[in-house]
Design a protein around this ligand. Structure first.
Ligand code: UT7
Length: 323
């Protein structure tokens, strides 16, 4: 059977770093509160005029170089983002243009913080359906643009950045010994909209709007939803907390990650954490964490990697793969 194998990854973070101490000067918060409640120490914020396409393009180029693949070999680009440059066209098409790709197709996918897991699953279906051989999957966000910088309950939590992977169709035998995506489980439930949303949009207000969140309410649902889709992945594959090598969760809050890992009995030394350095970069957080763990030598070919995310919608999902 055909498997979608990750053959390269890359990332890009804006140069400008904003620390908790910097935020203490603009809103009524403290380094101590932010670290204790979230684990976040700093976040990268896009420079003036620096857009999601700018970040996504740089991450895409890094992933292509890491994979040793030319843009001519890519059939499809999927960009997971909730902060596109324009209402339309899709930012993926802008990135496609900048990369010099005139063939194939590119589109955006919007599932907020779960965007990368949704995009990876979609790319896997294109590959296994025979519609694409190599797919570039990007997660890129400039959440700094939709934050209310006077709202201390949200502005301290998010950051900007981008990550990308290249997926390639390879033959597998249908067992978990195969490299590539082994299972994916996606979920959504619109009844939770009011807990995490942006209060603007083209067809409602005609404005971009700002992110609004009832943090405690999101937190209450997060661990249960995350662990449900991971248990579904374990049930589907026969793998478990002992047989995975790395848990690379969406990076929203260290307390949510720790609680999820504890519930699943995944030991802390198998968990990749970047939320302290990046904050919550929404759809970019998983590929940013993957790129970091590959670059520092933790993730190696053949490792079993467990990805999960949960976010606005609510949306949530898991992907289990062999690197
Ligand atoms: O990407 C997926 C979506 N997002 C998430 O997963 C986020 C999920 N939620 C969370 O991570 C947490 O709920 C937060 C980090 C947002 C908040 O942590 P919490 O422990 O749930 O705090 P809380 O909302 O219950 O607030 C506790 C107190 C409140 O004061 P009172 O009412 O107890 O007097 C807040 O007003 O902390 C106050 N507070 C702050 N204090 C200092 C809220 N934000 C801040 C702040 N600095 N930035």
């Amino acid at each position: 059977m055909i498997r979608s194998v990750v053959i390269g990854c890359g990332a890009y973070l804006p140069e400008n770093i904003v620390t908790n101490a910097d935020l203490e000067k603009t809103v009524d918060t403290s380094d101590e509160w932010i670290i204790q409640r979230t684990g976040i120490k700093q976040r990268h914020i896009a420079g003036e005029g620096e857009t999601t396409a700018d970040l996504g393009e740089k991450a895409a180029r890094a992933a292509l170089a890491n994979a040793g693949v030319e843009i001519a070999d890519i059939d499809l680009i999927i960009l997971a983002t909730s902060t596109p440059d324009n209402t339309f066209p899709a930012t993926a098409v802008e990135i496609q243009h900048r990369l010099g790709m005139k063939h194939g197709a590119a589109f955006d996918m919007q599932a907020v913080c779960s965007g990368f897991v949704f995009a990876l699953t979609t790319a896997d279906l294109y590959i296994r359906g025979g519609q694409a051989h190599k797919v570039l999957v990007i997660g890129a966000e400039t959440f700094s643009r939709i934050l209310d910088w006077e709202d201390r309950t949200t502005c301290v939590l998010f950051g900007d950045g981008a990550g990308a992977v290249v997926l390639e169709a390879q033959e597998g035998v249908g067992l978990t010994a195969d490299r590539g995506i082994l299972s994916s489980h996606l979920r959504s439930d619109g009844s939770h909209k009011s807990k995490l949303f942006v209060d603007g949009g083209p067809s409602s207000t005609g404005t971009v709007g700002h992110l609004r969140m009832q943090g405690r309410e999101v937190f209450k649902h997060a661990v249960g939803m995350i662990t449900d889709v991971i248990v579904a992945a374990f049930d589907a594959t026969g793998l478990n907390a002992d047989t995975i090598d790395w848990f690379v969760p969406h990076q929203a809050n260290k307390r949510i990650i720790d609680a999820s890992a504890r519930k699943l009995k995944i030991p802390p030394e198998k968990v990749v954490i970047t939320v302290d350095q990046h904050g919550n970069t929404s759809a970019a957080s998983i590929p940013l964490a993957l790129a970091q763990a590959v670059a520092d030598g933790r993730i190696n070919q053949g490792d079993i990697i467990l990805l999960e995310a949960m976010g606005g919608g609510f949306t949530w999902g898991s992907v289990l793969l062999r690197w």
